[in-house]
Design a protein around this ligand. Structure first.
Ligand code: GLN
Length: 313
């Protein structure tokens, strides 16, 4: 390790990359047709330190859709604007233990006791976003993503169109939520904004910067912009810890001990509070919908660097 890499981060990143670069387990998401076309071999790992220093390996500039990871940013926006109690009351903050797009859970619980990281709760969170019109809400969401990433992002139009043409299930979830009075804006428009937010294009450096901003109490470590308050982050991270990897959230937290969030585009970010933002990307997913290589790479790096906060030696 060099003096600027006292923690041996570079070595840990390289080691994880080399260990998993030939792993072919899992498969691309294909329920959104455009995602099936993303080159499955792509693999990237990026760690960002508190001073903004970037450690990266692999296809760190390859662009892909953020998908469910956007749910975290929209949640942060809502908590910042309306306070933590509003999310707890209007959506819920308990893990469902079900698939991320479960309608059964919504029906059984009358749209209550969800969380903002499963689809029904996330669409409700999008519907709550500040603004009176579609455009105002969308601008609030995109600006929040830009601020977290520290640069101007844009929508991957083919992915947006592809999902918009095939998202009847999410439309059904929104209608069901609406029937229980758990939607806070027009359901069809809310699903459309949600679909667009999921199609925001990022690379793995952006994802690590988003993670680093959360690790840094809501202030982007490079642009120094305060995106959300430390109190907001303190409410976002526990939801990630309990609900971040769909119905495998428990397994993840059991093994890694860090809040994280995955997306069906193949990205995963993990947060080491007060320290690092860690991101990895590879399109092939396991049964739960989490990137196989990204999970393994982040797990190895966390263990190698001793970043699990529950491990006190
Ligand atoms: N846009 C995707 C959906 O609604 C996001 C799901 C995900 O990444 N798990 O199905």
């Amino acid at each position: 390790a060099t003096s600027s890499d006292k923690g041996g981060i570079e070595g840990a990143v390289n080691e994880a990359y080399n260990k998993y670069k030939d792993l072919k387990e899992g498969k691309n998401a294909d329920y959104i047709p455009e995602l099936a076309k993303v080159p499955s071999e792509q693999f990237a790992i990026v760690v960002i330190a508190p001073d903004g220093k970037v450690y990266s390996k692999g296809d760190a500039d390859a662009m892909y859709s953020i998908q469910s990871i956007s749910k975290v940013l929209t949640l942060a926006r809502d908590i910042e604007d309306f306070g933590p109690k509003a999310i707890q009351d209007k959506i819920g903050v308990d893990p469902t233990g079900q698939k991320f797009n479960s309608a059964v859970f919504v029906e059984e619980n009358k749209g209550k006791e969800l969380n903002p990281l499963v689809n029904a709760g996330a669409i409700a969170a999008t519907s709550m976003v500040k603004g009176n019109t579609y455009e105002e809400k969308w601008n609030t969401i995109l600006q929040t993503h830009n601020d977290f990433a520290g640069r101007q992002l844009s929508v991957n139009d083919p992915v947006y169109k592809s999902e918009a043409a095939t998202n009847q299930h999410n439309q059904a979830l929104a209608s069901l939520m609406n029937s229980f009075e758990r939607m806070y804006f027009d359901p069809a428009k809310s699903v459309d904004i949600y679909t667009k937010q999921c199609a925001i294009n990022i690379n793995t450096k952006d994802l690590a910067m988003i993670a680093a901003t959360l690790a840094n109490g809501g202030t982007n470590p490079v642009t120094k912009k305060k995106v959300v308050s430390p109190e907001t982050v303190a409410h976002v991270l526990p939801v990630m810890a309990t609900c971040g990897l769909y119905d495998d959230s428990g397994i993840w937290f059991y093994n890694v001990g860090l809040p994280a969030k995955s997306g069906v585009g193949g990205g995963i970010m993990a947060i080491v509070p007060g320290q690092y933002g860690i991101a990895a990307f590879s399109p092939r997913l396991d049964e739960a919908g989490n990137s196989v290589r990204a999970q393994k790479a982040i797990t190895d790096i966390v263990n190698k660097l001793g970043l699990n906060p529950y491990l006190v030696k």
